[in-house]
Write a protein that binds this ligand. Structure first.
Ligand code: HEM
Length: 171
């Protein structure tokens, strides 16, 4: 808790948390939402394509979209770390935060697996054979992204301590 208290007093933490400008916490939260919208949005569309259309329509050129999805995740990661630095005690003493990270990790592993599978099929104009494993993965991924977004949103409500001082003072 001493470390969290120290982190909360660092210049970056204070600026993101308290600076009276929209470029601080509001803009960082906007970037976080933009990034997650790109990576989760693309993943959901891709999974629905796998589940519903891949055996009926030829493979669209997905390589640039995968890069966009990973860029979206990188934006979410950097902004997420800034949000974490702004309120470390709030996130790190909330079990929902760890559940969220597990959902995100699972969803990203599935995204990488699907990327390897789809890119491994080359840019053929023929139809993709979607194995049962890929289908189950696509369904699971939809649930994981829903879980990541739900737990991410809940973080604003489920926390126990806002700041380290609240914990140390036993509030
Ligand atoms: C792509 C993966 C991610 C998704 C889908 C996601 C989802 C969300 C959502 C929906 C919110 C609520 C935004 C709002 O209040 O408007 C949020 C907030 C937050 N996320 Fe993420 N997030 C992701 C990655 C991360 C990562 C990697 C971290 C940290 C390392 C992180 C840390 C946070 C924190 C600290 C908040 C602020 C909670 C609060 O104080 O209200 N997120 N996230």
């Amino acid at each position: 808790m001493i470390f969290l208290s120290w982190l909360e007093q660092t210049a970056v933490s204070v600026w993101v948390r308290e600076a009276p400008t929209l470029w601080a916490f509001p803009f960082v939260l906007f970037l976080h939402t933009l990034g997650l919208g790109i990576v989760a949005g693309f993943s959901v569309a891709l999974n629905i394509w796998v589940l519903r259309f891949a055996d009926r329509y030829p493979l669209p050129p997905l390589a640039p979209l995968f890069s966009l999805a990973w860029t979206g995740f990188t934006v979410s990661l950097i902004s997420g770390i800034l949000l974490l630095i702004a309120f470390p005690t709030k996130a790190l003493t909330d079990p929902v935060f760890y559940i969220k990270l597990v959902f995100i990790a699972g969803a990203l592993v599935q995204l990488r697996q699907l990327q390897n599978y789809v890119m491994g099929c080359g840019n053929s104009s023929s139809l993709l054979t979607i194995s049962r494993r890929i289908r189950v993965g696509a369904g699971l991924s939809l649930a994981l992204w829903a879980g990541a977004i739900l737990t991410g949103r809940l973080l604003a409500y489920t926390y126990n301590y806002l700041m380290a001082t609240d914990f140390l003072m036993g509030f």
